[in-house]
Every structure is written in structure tokens, then in C-alpha cells.
Design a protein around this ligand. Structure first.
Ligand code: SAH
Length: 229
């Protein structure tokens, strides 16, 4: 079973959104599990200090290496040790798929200016970013990462097929969706979707996906073309 061991200064932020809907149901059904550990409980001083001033001066505070390393060493876990960080490798569907195929991970949520570099080195932390912007802490990023992974676990989403055509699964964005009523505010649904011709519909979807990706994400489209050869 997929298990996430989370190190955070705010364990109450979990399961957060992951306690609801699909992920929440999967959690209570035992299809995945997590534990959120308070980094502060690994301090040994009277003031329970987790941070200190940056060496060399500068703004903000830095998570202390001794406390964090102690938390890491005291927490048995399976899979990679991930550090949520804006400097990390951008999170992709490929990465999420690999993670979900494994047995779990440790996720470290930074706060303040971040964590002491030496912990990243000595505990082989893999830095993961959820985008080019700065959050105030790694917790929302961890929720994003876990949300994306949990929905791919076996039995969590009804239709395994619903993954196959999704955005990013084969390098393309998804085609548009329609449902009833067939005509809404004067707008009709594309005729082809009413035709019952599944081969034609599949072709239409593929064309829409290519078109959309080309217009909105030329970077993805170039990669898609290159992969297609
Ligand atoms: N001073 C750092 C930002 C610290 S933000 C810098 O400039 O790179 C505080 C914490 O929020 C980080 O340690 C990280 O855990 C988390 N965080 C912020 N932005 C993030 C992002 N885009 N992706 C993942 N984690 C992020």
C-alpha cells in the first residue's frame, strides 16, 4: 500500500483536501495511508527551536540541519525522500506516475527561507517544485503532489481508461468535454459526438487535443512531435 511519511511544522494541515472526495474515500478504504510528523517534536532545547539565522546574514530564517536530520532518521519510510522546493525539478505527470507505481515516499515541507543545504546533501533529498512561484510553505505543494499520485493508485478512480486520454498522459492536453443538454444557451454540441461512430470520435478527440496543445502549449507540442518522430 502506498504510504507517505510527511515532515512538517504544521501536521494539522494534513490530510487537508486529501481527506475529501476521491482521495479521502481511498484513504478511509485503506488504499493509501500517510503520517504527518511535527518537525518541532525532534528539538531538544527548552525553546523547541527549529530555525536559526542564515549564515552570512540576509533576510529570514533557515530550518536547522540537526533537527531536520533527526526527524528524517527517526522516520522509517519507503521510496524516495522528496523535498518540496521552488528550486526543484518541476513536477510532471511522468514523475507522478513513477511515484504512484512505487510503495510511497517521504515528503519534507520547508518553511521560512528553506532548509540548511547540508541536509539536502547528506540525506539525499530530491527537490521537487510545483511551479515557478513561491509558496509560504511546502505543505500545499505536498498536498498537490499527493493528490496527483493518489488518484493514479489502483482502484482509486473508477475507470482506468479515464487516465489514458487525460492531459499529459501522452504529451497532449485534453480535448474539450460536453454533456447534456445537447443545446445550451444556443450552443450545440459537436455533431460528431452524436454520431455514435467511435472511430471517428476518437479521431476528432485526437485532432482537438493536437490543436489545443499546439495553440496553448507550443513547448509540449514540440516535444510531442519529436516523440512521434
Ligand atoms: N527562499 C526560498 C523560498 C522559500 S518558501 C527560495 O527563494 O527558493 C518556503 C518553503 O515553501 C520552501 O522551503 C518549500 O518547501 C515551499 N515552497 C515554496 N514554493 C514552492 C514551490 N513552487 N514548489 C514546492 N515547494 C515550494
Amino acid at each position: 500500500m502506498f504510504n507517505a511519511q510527511i515532515l512538517t511544522l504544521f501536521p494539522d494541515m494534513f490530510p487537508g483536501s486529501l481527506g475529501q472526495s476521491l482521495a479521502g474515500k481511498a484513504l478511509s478504504d485503506g488504499k493509501w495511508s500517510y503520517a504527518a510528523h511535527d518537525i518541532r517534536s525532534f528539538t531538544t532545547d527548552r525553546h523547541r527551536t527549529v530555525d536559526d539565522h542564515p549564515a552570512g546574514g540576509g533576510a529570514g530564517m533557515v530550518l536547522k540541519p540537526d533537527v531536520l536530520a533527526k526527524a528524517i532518521d527517526a522516520t522509517p519510510h519507503k521510496g524516495p525522500r522528496l523535498l518540496m522546493s521552488p528550486r526543484g525539478k518541476p513536477l510532471t505527470q511522468n514523475f507522478v506516475r513513477e511515484l504512484a507505481a512505487g510503495e510511497g515516499c517521504m515528503i519534507i515541507c520547508g518553511r521560512f527561507e528553506g532548509i540548511d543545504e547540508r541536509v539536502i546533501e547528506n540525506r539525499q533529498l530530491q527537490e521537487v517544485s510545483i511551479g515557478d512561484y513561491v509558496l509560504s510553505g511546502g505543505e500545499p505543494a505536498a498536498l498537490v503532489l499527493l493528490d496527483a499520485a493518489v488518484r493514479l493508485l489502483p482502484g482509486v478512480m473508477g475507470h482506468d481508461q479515464s487516465h489514458a486520454e487525460e492531459s499529459f498522459e501522452d504529451g497532449l492536453l485534453e480535448h474539450p468535454h460536453y454533456t447534456k443538454p445537447r443545446i445550451w444557451e444556443g450552443l450545440d454540441t459537436p455533431d460528431i459526438l452524436q454520431s455514435g461512430d467511435h472511430a471517428k470520435i476518437a479521431l476528432w478527440k485526437r485532432q482537438k487535443r493536437e490543436e489545443l496543445t499546439k495553440n496553448r502549449r507550443p513547448d509540449l507540442y514540440q516535444k510531442y512531435l519529436a516523440a512521434k518522430g
